[in-house]
Design a protein around this ligand. Structure first.
Ligand code: ZN
Length: 82
């Protein structure tokens, strides 16, 4: 039994009947998919694994601003020489 990868349309085979909610991985593109129906087999692309990290982009942006402020402080501190 097999189904079609929702990401790349490759055939994804199952050695046995998948269970509802089971996570399968496409051997072609590597995307993880969640089984939403066991018979007939239906899958959706599983959302990326994320715990309580919140928005990764927002965190990275805040970190960049903070780093820039730190650098600015260092420059001001070190600029008094002369
Ligand atoms: Zn795929």
């Amino acid at each position: 039994m097999s189904t079609e990868c929702p990401e790349c349309a490759a055939q994804v085979g199952f050695a046995r009947a998948p269970l509802y909610g089971e996570i399968a991985r496409c051997g072609d593109c590597g995307v993880e998919m969640e089984v939403t129906s066991a018979s007939p087999i239906a899958v959706v692309v599983a959302p990326p694994v994320q715990e309580d990290w919140g928005s990764e982009a927002a965190s990275a942006g805040a970190l960049s601003v903070f780093t820039l402020q730190e650098l600015a402080g260092d420059w001001n501190g070190a600029g008094g020489c002369g």
